[in-house]
Design a protein around this ligand. Structure first.
Ligand code: FAD
Length: 453
């Protein structure tokens, strides 16, 4: 196998240290018969064609920051890493658009936009390692998705390799397109199960002049959620509305910039952006809406303070992990008016399983990182944490939400979608997969709506 693949991608296209590519941030162990790194879309197409001809499974991989095990090759085959497709093909700052290959790092896109007075709005947490192709494949979001939407909002065109090994183009450097069925949107968020993204046209925005956050400490979940609903209901144009419950504060409080206020059991962090005067006006509106019933409100204004606050917010997952050593963290999403229930029930599920259950996340989008902590030394705790996660799925469905708002289904949540969708929708999901990938060789076992009978 390796000899024939080497003939397609050359010596530089075969990984010297394959081990690095065989897992992702989920830690799920993988194995592959070959790890290939094509340098062009045409090479990707030839590798896919070779695999299709020889019935070899293909697992696409971006930066490996996915948390659902989607990029892990589970049962051999070819691991196809996009790292070498890392060129900026075209950048038109005056038209606010960028054409990049899939392997360009998210952070590099942010930097290029920023250096030219522009902004690429999606801001998933692991931007220094994740790739644009991976962001597209998971339709990644982040705190600022509240105002700006997830990655899909900013993709106007895709180049992708689809089975049995052809390069296709959908959309382009255009701002509207309703000509056919929306294949672009089908590929976005498909987690490498329908096609391999090789390049994308991205839409950019002029960067806001100023961003100003507000951190409002509330006594409890109820008071904090009322504040969140006030921000949403009053139509204040916040860019982000994030929350941390009391247990999360207990994990991360020590690294907060300053002492936590007495009686704080819930934190809402919101942000305003715009021209200097607009951001100040919005920040004042946020202070008023979030301040009602709060035990304390902080409104940082210096660049240092603001960066410190957001750095602290980005590090939450690690602070939470440190409390017991390991954690299972989900990404359910619920209608906004059910957020309070979802936060309370996460804690309750934890108590039922004798675990610390906590949540934090993107309140404005109703998207919770509900998390159960456990010790790496205890298999029993780990098993209870998995059972607690199963109950979270039921909770999301019962509240009219979804089992995944950000991370996707990958391997870890395979088979759960059938709890959420009616049978006919599940059939359509499976029919779409068969249409794109009749042999089922693209990322097998991932994003399954139901488990095979
Ligand atoms: C600290 C941390 C913070 C995070 N914060 C966020 C957040 O705020 N919001 C959020 O949404 N996610 C977040 N994530 C999850 C993760 O970063 C995103 O899902 C990211 O988009 C994955 O990109 P990646 O390049 O690392 O993809 P990978 O992990 O390599 O792959 C993810 C999936 O996409 C597929 N894939 C990758 N590249 C391609 C391609 N070119 N074509 C087709 N399929 C492909 C893989 O097969 C896999 O199924 C976070 C992760 C970490 C570790």
């Amino acid at each position: 196998m390796e000899r024939e693949l080497r003939a397609i991608v050359g010596d530089a296209g075969i990984a010297a240290e394959p081990g690095w590519f065989l897992t992702d941030i989920s830690g799920l162990p993988g194995k592959a018969d070959a790890v290939v790194l094509p340098a062009t879309a045409e090479e990707v197409a030839r590798v896919v064609a070779w695999c299709y001809e020889h019935d070899v499974p293909i697992t696409p991989r971006g930066g490996g920051t996915g948390v659902a095990g989607g990029a892990v090759p589970l049962d051999g085959g070819v691991l196809l890493a996009l790292d070498r497709l890392d060129r900026v093909r075209q950048f038109d700052p005056l038209l606010w658009r960028l054409h990049v290959e899939a392997g360009v790092k998210t952070g590099a896109v942010h930097a290029l936009a920023r250096d030219n007075g522009l902004m690429f709005a999606p801001d998933p947490g692991a931007a220094e390692q994740s790739q644009i192709g991976g962001n597209i494949a998971t339709n990644a979001a982040g705190p600022h998705a509240y105002k700006y939407g997830a990655t899909a909002t900013w993709v106007t065109g895709l180049e992708a390799v689809v089975p049995p090994g052809e390069v296709v183009f959908v959309g382009g450097a255009i701002r509207k397109d309703v000509a056919g069925y929306d294949l672009k949107s089908l590929l976005i968020g498909s987690e490498g199960t329908l096609g391999i993204v090789t390049a994308a046209w991205l839409r950019l925005l002029p960067a806001p002049e100023v961003t100003l956050p507000v951190a409002a400490f509330h006594r409890d979940v109820s008071s904090g959620c009322d504040a969140i609903l006030r921000v949403v209901g009053s139509g204040i144009g916040a860019t982000a509305v994030e929350f941390l419950d009391g247990e999360t504060l207990a994990c991360a409080g020590q690294s907060f910039d300053g002492p936590l206020p007495e009686g704080a059991g819930f934190l809402v962090v919101a942000e305003a952006d715009g021209s200097a005067s607009e951001a100040v006006r919005l920040q004042e509106e946020l202070i008023e809406a979030l301040g009602e019933g709060a035990v304390a409100v902080a409104a940082p204004t210096t660049r240092d303070e603001i960066e410190t606050l957001w750095r602290w917010r980005s590090g939450l997952a690690f602070a939470v992990l440190a409390r017991r050593g390991l954690a299972l963290s989900e990404d359910i999403v619920v209608p906004l008016d059910r957020l309070e229930e979802a936060i309370d029930e996460t804690a309750e599920i934890g108590r039922r399983h004798d675990l610390i259950g906590l949540s934090f996340g993107h309140a404005g989008d109703g998207n919770l990182h509900s998390t159960f902590l456990f010790s790496p030394e205890s298999d029993d705790e780990r098993a209870r944490a998995w059972r607690a996660c199963d109950e979270l799925v039921d909770l999301a469905v019962r509240l009219g939400g979804s089992i995944s708002g950000e991370h996707g289904t990958g391997w870890l949540k395979r088979g759960q979608l059938e709890k959420q969708w009616p049978p006919r929708a599940v059939e359509l999901h499976e029919a779409i997969k068969r249409t794109f990938d009749p042999k089922g060789l693209l990322n097998p076992g991932k994003k399954l709506a139901r488990l095979p009978a």
